[in-house]
Ligand binder design. Sequence first.
Ligand code: ATP
Ligand code: MG
Length: 445
Amino acid sequence: MRLSRYFLPVLKENPAEAQIVSHRLMLRAGMIKQQAAGIYSWLPLGYKVLKRIEQIVHEEQVRAGHIPLLMPTLQPADLWRESGRYDDYGQEMLRIKDRHERDMLYGPTNEEMITDIFRSYVSSYKQLPLTLYHIQWKFRDEVRPRFGVMRGREFLMKDGYNFDLTKEDALHAYNRHMVSYLRTYERMGLTAIPMRAASGPIGGDNTHEFLVLAQTGESEVFYDAKVPDLKLGERAVDYDNRDEVAAICEEFTTLYARTDETHDEAVFNQIPEERRMVGRGIEVGQIFYFGTKYSESMGATVVTPDGNRVPVEMGSHGIGVSRLLGALIEANHDDKGIIWPEGVTPFHVGIVNLKQGDTATDAACEAIYKALQGRGLDPLYDDREDRAGAKFATMDLIGLPWRITVGPRGLANNVVELTCRRTGESEEMSATAAVERIVKIYEAH
Ligand code: ATP
Ligand code: MG
């Protein structure tokens, strides 16, 4: 993309309404525009990151054997009357009437609708196990929408639902989700710690939240200092192997890590004092096993191998896709702006032309731009007639992890400059070497 033709409405001033750094930077970098409290338009740069995050979520769900579908945002109230949640959900649910006076709602989650889909088509244990998921907008009429996309009213969520014959099978589905979530967050360059949680309106007693450590997080967290070092890394996982998946879950949940809702001071105090950490975290996902709560009330049953009819065992599993942008920025920024991890960056590399209009410099930039595109990469070329300082400030603000700077002085010696956004370190090399380096960096992502 050529910046002269892109739509990147960056703000010079700090927006007064933004209380935390991720909200401030998303507004300044022209990623989002607020349209009403907690409701945002996703401008091109923000939309690009959102799509990249969505893509990673999809890939890791499919890898775990889960099947994508798409349910609507609007739901009939009657489904929620069946489960009893139409009355229980309270004011967070946005209730709507259509022209025929039928009660509708903008879905805050989809347990009822997916259970309805399941009961309409599945009646035998032979069709299990089954996990269906979608990535769809949700609406929760939060009392205090704030912090930009972190606590919106309309927000994008991945929500998946497993259907199994036995509790044992459903717990395997739970574990599969835990491992696939760990991989999902790691691919984004995030450390999200599974913490034992309280279940709230979804119900059930087996649940973990995934928290990204950040000072601005809304949850208070208590954890063993060794926990953030746990990594899945490159290891291959066979999602059908119950013992293997369970062992990974055990590895990640044995050390103490809890939110204030489940914190137990006595257990916490058994950790050596120097490892007792208290901090704050951002909830970027949650998994639940809740058994037959919805299948019983809504009549989602299957015939077992010995001919009995039983309610199906279920769980639900969510990732805060739009909230992740905020969490990623909280975890990756400095005083100049955002620093995107390679896994989610909107453009792979920025090209800064120091002397737009100079024939040789323009030609060198064009060549680099085309070469990168030819290798399947997505560069952002700042081809505007602007001061070098202003171009650098924009690149730093929008946080592309790599920058290639091209100017007449370097070209006289056949070099360009390759700069790492995170370390600020620059290296001179030929244009070809710079392209090769970028290609190599992204081979891993
Ligand atoms: P919270 O405790 O933050 O209100 P929740 O526990 O009610 O969230 P879940 O039902 O677990 O939310 O939803 C799954 C995920 O969706 C959460 O882990 C979170 O990342 C995201 N999410 C929930 N509410 C919001 C919101 N208002 N804005 C953005 N993301 C949200
Ligand atoms: Mg939650």
